[in-house]
Ligand binder design. Structure first.
Ligand SMILES: NC(=O)c1ccc[n+]([C@@H]2O[C@H](COP(=O)([O-])OP(=O)(O)OC[C@H]3O[C@@H](n4cnc5c(N)ncnc54)[C@H](OP(=O)(O)O)[C@@H]3O)[C@@H](O)[C@H]2O)c1
Length: 356
């Protein structure tokens, strides 16, 4: 007999699977499904790119002629036929007797219809919730779809005395944390940095994981389009999209040769409206944006409630007099306004994960 422990394993697996195509399955939410019999996984399924096929269909199809006792899904199955067949109908056809799901759809009509359809066919449906915000695809999906904004993660490395910059060292987190940073880049489809970060660090902003080729769109905010000589060379190398509010035709003409310029008029507070920036990024088909700094840029996005997630990589080392740019206020803000997960440790670095 399946134990509760096994149940939870399958529930987590379905939810983990849902993250694979997260934000890539528009116009449908990204779902994970696991077909189980006698406590054994028969097959798994995820929502395909651009929403087809549905995860339930994929998982059930892959079981071929085998009997499926239970279907675990991250999201309540759909009961309507659209571009894809109705999942409740497929479940009924396959004679599955039990459906276990974790998250409800944001549309109450979808929930009611699914429950009605399944119960009518004597299929039990039960909910096992997962209290981990990173799995709440439907909340993120709905937020993103309704507001036409990408899901935004910010990431900042700090010392144990809360400095975000060291006078002498460019990298101050350990090797494992650096690998983690590249994994975070891989999980996003776009990266944004502020003017000072671009000028000071000349970052490549690519995903350096052996065997993986990932090209993210790069965004930069530089209101006046003023760059140093080195930064000009770097612009030509990484060809970012630049948000600006400059009217200097000479500069525009020059930079336009190798970069995409996006003009946004300056707001009342003399900054470019960060929400408008996010909307433009969404329009360019980016669904997962990573803001890699610096602190000023991240604080502006945080102030406007645009951040969904914040990753802090905190080193055990103190910078003392070598420290520059203090992030203590931001850290305190996150602690009070965001939910947090238990930090995980990578040798002498701690990774803190916050969710809005
Ligand atoms: N520890 C880490 O993880 C980490 C990560 C990245 C960078 N860094 C370090 O942090 C330093 C830079 O950080 P920072 O906080 O000084 O600068 P930053 O955030 O990189 O850039 C801030 C500047 O970008 C422009 N900007 C950003 N958002 C804007 C908006 N909405 N509208 C108009 N302009 C906007 C403004 O330029 P104007 O003032 O000219 O208008 C602002 O002063 C770098 O030296 C880098 O080494 C550390």
């Amino acid at each position: 007999m399946p134990t509760e422990k096994n149940n939870l394993y399958f529930v987590y697996l379905a939810n983990k699977l849902s993250l694979i195509n997260q934000f890539l399955s528009f116009p449908n939410p990204s779902v994970g499904a696991v077909s189980v019999s006698k406590n054994q996984i028969l097959s798994t399924g995820i929502t395909g790119l651009n929403g087809s096929p549905h995860a339930e269909y994929e998982s059930i199809k892959n079981t071929k002629n085998k009997k499926v006792e239970k279907l675990y899904v991250s999201l309540i199955p759909c009961a309507h036929k659209g571009k894809n067949p109705s999942c409740t109908k497929i479940i009924k056809k396959k004679k599955i007797k039990k459906v276990i799901y974790s998250f409800d759809d944001y549309d109450v009509r979808v929930i009611n219809r699914a429950k009605y359809d399944l119960k009518k066919n004597k299929i039990t449906i039960s909910k096992i919730s997962i209290n981990n915000p990173c799995f709440n695809e439907i909340k993120n999906y709905n937020y993103s779809k309704k507001n036409e904004l990408p899901y935004i993660t910010a990431k900042l490395a700090i010392s144990s005395d809360y400095f975000a910059k060291n006078k002498n060292k460019k990298y101050f987190t350990n090797k494992k944390a650096l690998k983690f940073a590249h994994l975070v880049r891989y999980k996003n489809d776009s990266i944004l940095v502020g003017k000072n970060t671009f000028e000071d660090d000349l970052p490549l902003l690519n995903c350096r994981i052996k065997g993986i080729k990932k090209k993210n769109k790069i965004f930069l905010i530089n209101q006046k389009l003023k760059f140093s000589k080195n930064a000009y060379k770097h612009l030509a190398k990484i060809k970012p999209y630049i948000f600006h509010s400059s009217r200097n035709n000479h500069l525009i003409k020059k930079i336009k040769l190798y970069c995409n310029l996006i003009y946004i008029p300056c707001g009342l507070n003399k900054n470019i409206d960060t929400k408008l920036i996010c909307k433009k990024i969404f329009k360019l088909n980016c669904r997962k944006l990573l803001i890699e700094g610096g602190l000023k840029t991240q604080e502006l996005f945080l102030k406007n409630n645009l951040l969904n997630e914040f990753l802090i990589v905190k080193s055990d080392k103190k910078f003392s007099k070598k420290g520059m740019i203090k992030a203590l206020k931001l850290f305190k803000n996150l602690k009070t306004k965001f939910k947090s997960e238990k930090p995980f440790r990578l040798d002498d670095n701690n990774i803190f994960r916050y969710f809005s």
